[in-house]
Design a protein around this ligand. Structure first.
Ligand SMILES: Nc1ncnc2c1ncn2[C@@H]1O[C@H](COP(=O)(O)OP(=O)(O)O)[C@@H](O)[C@H]1O
Ligand SMILES: [Mg+2]
Length: 254
């Protein structure tokens, strides 16, 4: 299995704080990699490095076989790395279509409503999304539906890798199931998915691989169907420091 994205030895400090030290991470097309870890483990810093918000201090990032730099969010977008941040950055008062195309309207000066509506439905269908209408303001949507709109928006640039930061953190049971379904669709569409999560049930439900961060370092990478929840939690809390139970990453053959 070839990786669409590979990190080797990625490090980042903020002053005296070592937020990330020597991080390795691999994501293949059609694979969901969950990144888990306690507060302060470095998850958000990792997301920010991959989305061009923070520069890394050391290490290499290989994307589709080429070593790359990601100096800005625009560079991440051009490469094909899309990120859905936890705050979603949707405009409450605008409708679904307006949110999807905000800043990237199909015709810059004369918005092509019909084309945008068609493209919106295409995207939402691809995600098997349950949005009743693309003409309702986002304020009227449920948390799960908002997450759907944010994910659909990130697909407009045709990314190869999509990063979801705690996509179910604020959601109830039914909406969580809806979003996890969406993650399955992303995988079926051949994307590499990095999902930051605190929720072991979610990780078990959709991830192929789980990468544990602890105090800014890798503390184990596991194939989800070969690891128990207790083992993952032990790696998160440090009961199994030094990655005693590290296992070979096992990919999914398409
Ligand atoms: N902009 C920043 N300036 C200074 N320290 C930061 C900054 N961002 C993160 N950190 C520190 O880096 C470490 C990792 O943080 P973070 O990546 O947010 O972890 P997580 O998302 O896993 O909770 C923490 O010790 C945090 O305080
Ligand atoms: Mg965080």
């Amino acid at each position: 299995m070839t990786n669409v994205l590979s990190l080797r030895g990625v490090s980042k400090t903020f002053g005296a704080v070592a937020a990330l030290t020597g991080i390795d991470l691999d994501v293949a097309a059609g694979q969901v990699v969950a990144v888990v870890g306690d507060n302060g483990a470095g998850k958000s810093t990792l997301v920010k490095i991959l989305s061009g918000v923070h520069p890394r201090d050391a290490g290499t990032i290989t994307f589709e076989g080429r070593e790359v730099e990601i100096p800005t969010p625009a560079a991440a977008h051009r490469l094909g790395i899309a990120t859905v941040f936890q705050d979603l950055a949707l405009c409450e008062n605008l409708d679904v279509i307006q949110n999807l195309f905000l800043g990237q309207e199909i015709r810059p000066l004369r918005l092509d409503d019909v084309a945008m509506e068609t493209r919106s439905w295409e995207l939402l269908r691809r995600l098997s999304a349950k949005i009743p209408s693309v003409r309702v303001p986002v304020a009227a949507l449920s948390g799960g539906q908002r997450q759907t709109v944010a994910i659909a928006r990130s697909l407009l640039g045709d990314p190869k890798v999509i990063i979801l930061d705690e996509p179910t953190a604020a959601l109830g049971v039914a909406q969580t199931a809806e979003v996890l379904n969406l993650v399955e669709r992303l995988r079926e569409n051949g994307l590499g998915v990095i999902m930051i999560s605190h929720n072991m049930a979610d990780v078990r439900a959709v991830a192929d691989t789980v990468a544990v961060l602890r105090l800014g370092r890798n503390n184990g990478t596991f194939a989800v169907d070969e690891v128990s929840t207790e083992e993952i939690i032990a790696a998160i809390t440090g009961a199994t420091d030094n990655a005693v139970s590290r296992r070979t990453q096992r990919g999914r053959t398409p």
